[in-house]
Design a protein around this ligand. Structure first.
Ligand code: DGL
Length: 733
């Protein structure tokens, strides 16, 4: 791993920065950036606040590609941009050509999000005459993302294990207005290969698309600060000019309070709907007044020039619709409003920048961090000079009275952002409007000592092994790739056929070339060799033989019904698996029959399908486990640690093939008696397991664990926790 802290590089960094400072002083030192540069020189390895370890950025582009992407805003509003990044599909991930390919553009990327909530609203620094302080805050946000330093909680010592970022997205309009140029210049001075993107340029590009009525006016709803900077009118006109269009009529209105109300900031008490109505009215009236008695040109396009506003788009549209019924204002509002959310366009620009710099993470590359990480700034409880409001935030006069250049002062600190750390209003808005962001935000509830253990698995479920009833789950209903656990269903199909006719188990399967050539884990049976169905089930389930999955599917397909149209459309029309399709269809029919509502199989041995096409859920797998274990032969096979298979060669002679069970829990002799492991890069480490303590029989499914060891530990911790909850006497635990 190349992310390391190299103190010897300090001298080089000092040299680079001294040079930079010398250049700075030639061009007249800037009051914000010059002290910042000097501050960085004092801590080249990134140990002080607002500094970072520069050595990380000396790595090759190929290595930097594994780093996450940094996104910051003054608060949670930037999550609207984050959501757009998570859901964007504007390009083909392979060819990089424009046009969706069914795979989200940033699916393999990881993100670090920072909401500088303690210092917001950014939009009000201009009216307090403090734009320089805002510029400094923006450099602080960026250095946080570039560095390793953070805290696990407000009062704790700093830690240095946050991954640095390879690109910075300023997901805040006000910060873009006041800080984009600064930050781009700083990245250049600091000699960092880090692209910086701001939302405003991207938003203006959104006006170039078709569907714009160029005879109508554009209204910009933003913060007071963004409007004061004139960044939108300027960028809109220059963007339209470059696109060969005539200048547009642009009217802006800056809201002093709406972003803070949306965020749930204490002290901003106007009801949201009332504030929105006031702001929309102010925009329309300003537009009418700006025309000074000339004929009405309606506002047709509305630029949502504040990150928080897309969260209340419905209410904004309602306000326009209701003003449209006012005969005085109606001519100034178009019949249909077209809204531009810069977030969507930011996603396009980011993709192009990453591609241009050759720092898109490669599908086969291990990202530097397993999950996205979210951070929030809060007042530093160890900095006594800070004046706090009764609600515990920075007092207004203190916040807007601070001076630049005091970089040794850390009056706010950055801690993890969790759902629990958001205000009530913020939590509701994110949950209801930004589902992808919400699902990635850690819960962060105070630790429940009786609660389930912390595990690395991304989803799990626990069911009663005697009744099949689902007892506990975490993301248990979330569709996921489930890798080789699929083989359990393949075996169940075979055994359900054997229930009707036991002779099925003695049928002989002849391995085809195609089955032999199946990639991945193998039973080591070769083309032309023969194995009975009974033996084949051991070869399928113990070493997790993909080849055996295909061989069994080919053997049984001719006697089974073909896939339905719906199944074909879901992926069973893949010609590669045509001779196995009836068997896979039967797996799906059986899944439905036993109530696996959220499962669809595309292969006999694993997942198949595109990355977006999922196979099953932890809850459904528990159901599968319950049915599988109710079959005595299947129960026996999945509880077997080692089996010597008998293989018949083409010349009629036989050989023995040892098959080891990949389920390591079986070796523990602690009541674990089956059933199936799974692993692929996209599924992570998975396990469907059965265990008994006393008369308590449980089935546990863990999906997406970090490693083979972690998967076993995750499952065991869940078993132990569940057994304890089921009030087993302590002596039996
Ligand atoms: N994120 C800011 C923006 O987009 C709004 C919130 C603030 O003023 O801090 O302009």
């Amino acid at each position: 791993m190349f992310i390391h802290r190299n103190r010897n590089l300090g001298a080089i960094v000092c040299g680079v920065l001294h040079l930079a400072l010398a250049v700075g002083s030639l061009s007249g030192e800037d009051a914000v950036t010059a002290p910042f540069d000097a501050h960085l020189v004092g801590s080249p390895e990134g140990s002080a606040a607002f500094t970072f370890d520069r050595s990380v950025y000396e790595a090759e582009a190929k290595e930097r590609a594994a780093l996450p992407i940094g996104v910051f805003d003054s608060g949670i509003g930037g999550l609207t941009v984050f959501e757009a990044l998570l859901t964007a599909d504007n390009f083909d991930n392979e060819t990089l050509k424009p046009g969706p390919d069914g795979k989200p553009d940033f699916e393999d990327e990881r993100f670090i999000y920072l909401g500088d909530q303690a210092n917001m609203p950014y939009g009000n620094y201009s009216k307090e005459g403090k734009t320089d302080y805002l510029r400094e805050l923006i450099l602080k946000d960026a250095t946080f993302l570039l560095g390793n330093r953070h805290r696990s909680e407000a009062g704790a010592d700093p830690r240095f294990d946050k991954p640095p970022v390879k690109a910075v997205v300023i997901a805040c309009n006000t910060a873009t207005a006041y800080g984009l140029d600064d930050l781009r210049a700083a990245v250049k001075r600091w000699n960092l290969p880090v692209p910086v993107i701001g939302v405003v340029e991207a938003g203006a590009r959104g006006l170039l698309g078709d569907g714009q009525d160029r005879d109508q006016a554009i209204g910009v709803l933003a913060t007071v600060g963004t409007c004061a900077s004139e960044v939108y009118p300027k960028t809109i006109q220059s963007t339209l000019g470059r696109g060969g269009h005539a200048p547009a009529i642009v009217t802006q209105h800056g809201s002093a309070d709406l972003a803070a109300i949306i965020e749930g900031e204490p002290g901003f008490d106007t009801p949201m709907a009332e504030q929105i109505e006031n702001d929309v009215r102010a925009l329309v009236e300003t537009h009418r007044e700006s025309r000074g008695g000339q004929s009405a040109i309606p506002l047709g396009t509305v630029m949502l020039g504040c990150t928080h506003f897309p969260l209340v788009l419905g209410e904004i549209e309602n306000a326009f619709a209701s003003l449209k019924t006012d005969p005085e204002l109606a001519p100034w509002i178009a019949d249909k409003r077209n809204y531009i959310d810069p977030a969507a366009w930011t996603a396009r620009q980011l993709f192009q920048e990453l591609a241009r710099n050759r720092i898109r993470v490669q599908a086969a590359q291990q990202p530097a961090t397993k999950h996205d990480a979210f951070y929030l700034s809060v007042p530093n409880p160890n900095f006594e000079e800070a004046v706090l409001s009764p609600e515990g935030g920075l007092d207004h006069a203190y916040k807007y009275g601070r001076e630049i250049g005091r970089l040794e002062v850390e009056d706010t600190v950055v801690i993890p952002m969790t759902r629990a750390a958001l205000t009530e209003s913020g939590r509701r808005l994110v949950r209801d409007n930004l589902p992808e962001s919400w699902s990635r935000l850690p819960a962060g509830e105070p630790e429940d000592l009786d609660g389930p253990p912390l595990v690395t698995a991304e989803a799990w479920a626990i069911a009663d092994g005697e009744t099949g009833e689902l007892l506990w789950e975490y993301r248990g209903q979330e569709p996921r790739k489930t890798a080789s656990i699929t083989k359990t269903m393949a075996a169940l199909v075979v055994l359900s056929l054997a229930e009707e006719d036991p002779a099925v188990l003695d049928e002989v399967v002849t391995f085809s070339e195609a089955a032999d050539k199946t990639g991945g884990s193998t039973s080591s049976v070769k083309a032309g060799e023969k194995v009975t169905v009974r033996e084949g089930l051991y070869g399928l389930l113990l070493p997790s033989g993909n080849d055996m999955g295909n061989a069994l599917a080919e053997h049984f397909s001719p006697r089974l019904d073909p896939p339905t149209e719906a199944m074909l459309a879901e992926g069973l029309d893949n010609p590669v698996h045509a001779r196995r399709a009836n068997f896979i269809a039967e797996m799906n029919r059986l899944a439905r029959k036993i109530g696996m509502e959220n499962t669809f199989y595309r292969l006999a041995y694993g997942d198949g399908g595109t990355p977006a096409q999922k196979t099953s859920t932890a809850a459904d797998l528990c159901r599968l486990g319950f049915h599988a274990l109710s079959n005595p032969l299947l129960r026996k096979i999945v509880g077997t640690r080692r089996h010597l298979g008998t293989i018949t060669l083409p010349d009629g002679s036989t050989r023995e093939q040892p098959w080891e069970n990949t389920n390591d829990l079986l070796g523990l002799d602690r009541g674990y008696d089956g059933i199936k492991t799974g692993f692929t890069r996209s599924a992570g480490r998975c396990l469907l397991a059965s265990g008994k303590r006393g008369d308590r029989h449980l089935i546990v499914a863990v999906l997406g664990s970090d490693s083979a060891k972690a998967r076993d530990t995750d499952a065991r911790n869940l078993f132990r926790w569940a057994w304890r909850r089921m009030t087993i006497p302590t002596s039996d635990r």
